[in-house]
Design a protein around this ligand. Structure first.
Ligand code: NAP
Ligand code: HSE
Length: 448
């Protein structure tokens, strides 16, 4: 049987999980693939560190260069994280013509174009199933399963840490900082966890999915990102009363968020369509399946023009879920080595080189707005006047009970409006003397 020797760079949460999973299911995989996977070497930073998963000392080294260059290693697995040394590791391996498996979405987001090009140039491949949505095989779905579809909608709960935090804040009234500490202890969070809570990890993943779905490389700088730090228990409670659940969503939509994508008859023949690519907290109607994705689970909802609506669900972070996705890539890479295929399905080849990301200012959505205002007559009229002048329609106004008698919360539900107009109008509302704190604005998604 053909043997493939792995050089793993990183023996932490994911590296340890992969090592453990190969001990557990390596023989099963060999029987299915006709290739045996053997961990030849593991590079770590600190040889004396206590490890939750035992890796034999004879496999360990602190010298990643020697692992990548080892002639016995024919497949390199980058599981160290970060974007500087990890880039060097991946480039060094690709230049030697060795295939690379990575779980590193930050690396792909920052340097994906360069790395995929290097893989092609050196006649090898870069595999990245574990980089998005943990154990859900969403990369394979987009690259292979839905290859005959144009993707018109993609909504993803793609950060396990944020979903875990939002779920526990809603279900238990738990404190943000305490729940984040639990997510770190459970191995869900990035180092530092700001990557999770400020939305950047979700943006890295959403950019990868958007690039795959729409065939042009999405520059991470063009992705509009808001995290969950500003979400308060008060907003979670009001959203619940209104029939919504707050979730951090990656959104990839065609045609300004309206309709089912660009119509070939309306689009000028030589102009690419602009795609919305963004990450922000969203009020999801409780009747929608994404409102019921809880804890560390992720879900990606994809609409294709042939298949219609599809949904993928599973654990989005943690040792075993991520290890499962890495095993899937190891199997693909091992089969490609066995069969001598260099680019069975290219990892990422742009087909729309001049595709464009829709500026956030032009993105249209509905909104939930919470204002804290003085408790006196005439206040609503002033606010409504500003919104009407901006041609922004209010669908409902709610003044919940239980205020302090001096200020009151007011919830406005706003009809479809462009982001720029909405921000400008709220800036004017914030300047009214009767408005006592910065307005809170959360988008509402209808999934049309
Ligand atoms: P981690 O627990 O911090 O592990 C990182 C590993 O890399 C550690 O073993 C560390 O060595 C090693 N390392 C760091 N710098 C090194 C260097 N210069 N040379 C050799 N080894 C080095 O991180 P993780 O959670 O496993 O994440 C790894 C990657 O997977 C990241 O890209 C992350 O974004 C991605 N990912 C993580 C998850 C998850 O749920 N955790 C899910 C999907 C993707 P020491 O052990 O000696 O410190
Ligand atoms: N920190 C990431 C998350 C790990 O919480 O989703 C999985 O990519």
């Amino acid at each position: 049987m053909r043997q493939v020797n792995l050089g793993i760079i990183g023996g932490g949460t994911v590296g340890g999980g992969v090592f453990q999973a190969i001990q557990r299911n390596g023989a099963l995989m060999a029987s299915r693939l006709g290739v045996s996977l053997t961990v030849a070497r593991v590079a770590v930073r600190d040889l004396r560190k206590a490890r939750a998963v035992h890796i034999p000392a004879k496999l360990l080294t602190t010298d990643w260069h020697s692992v990548v260059a080892d002639p016995a290693v024919n497949l390199v697995v980058e599981l160290m994280g970060g974007t500087t040394t990890a880039r060097q590791v991946v480039l060094a391996a690709l230049k030697l013509g060795k295939p690379v498996v990575t779980a590193n979405k930050a690396l792909l987001s920052a340097h994906g174009e360069e790395l995929f090009e290097a893989a092609q140039q050196h006649g090898t491949n870069l595999y990245y199933e574990a980089s998005v949505a943990g154990g859900i095989p969403i990369i394979k779905v987009l690259r292979e399963g839905l290859i005959g579809n144009r993707i018109t909608r993609l909504f993803g709960i793609v950060n396990g840490t944020c979903n875990y935090i939002l779920t526990r804040m809603k279900d238990e009234g738990a404190d943000f900082a305490a729940v984040l500490a639990d997510a770190q202890r459970l191995g869900y969070a990035e180092t530092p966890p700001d990557l999770d809570v400020d939305g950047h990890d979700a943006a890295h993943k959403t950019g990868i999915l958007a690039s795959l779905a729409h065939g042009f490389w999405v520059n991470p700088k063009q992705i509009y990102v808001e995290g969950i730090r500003s979400i308060t228990r008060q907003d979670i409670e009001f959203a619940t009363k209104l029939g919504y659940t707050i979730r951090l969503l990656g959104c990839v939509k065609t045609a300004n968020g309206v309709g089912d994508g660009p119509s070939p008859t309306k689009k000028p023949a030589n102009r690419p369509s602009a795609i919305q690519v963004s990450v922000y907290p969203v009020l999801v109607p409780n009747s929608h399946v994404l409102a019921n994705v809880n804890g560390v689970f992720n879900a990606v909802y994809v609409r294709g023009d042939v298949v219609g609506d599809t949904l993928y669900y599973g654990r989005g972070a943690g040792q075993d879920a991520t290890a499962s996705a890495v095993l899937s890539d190891l199997a693909d890479a091992a089969l490609d080595l066995k069969c001598g295929t260099k680019n069975r399905i290219p990892p990422f080849i742009p087909h729309e080189r001049d595709g464009a990301v829709l500026p956030m200012d032009d993105v249209v959505s509905r909104y939930y707005v919470r204002l804290t205002v003085e408790d006196r007559p005439g206040v609503f009229a002033k606010i409504a006047g500003i919104l009407a002048k901006a041609k922004i329609g209010i669908s409902s106004i709610i003044q919940p009970e239980g205020h302090d008698g001096v200020t009151v919360p007011v919830i406005l539900m706003i009809h479809d409006a462009p982001n720029a107009a909405m921000r400008k109008a709220l800036a004017a509302v914030a300047k009214l003397p009767v408005v006592k704190s910065a307005p809170v604005m959360i988008r509402v998604e209808s999934f049309e």
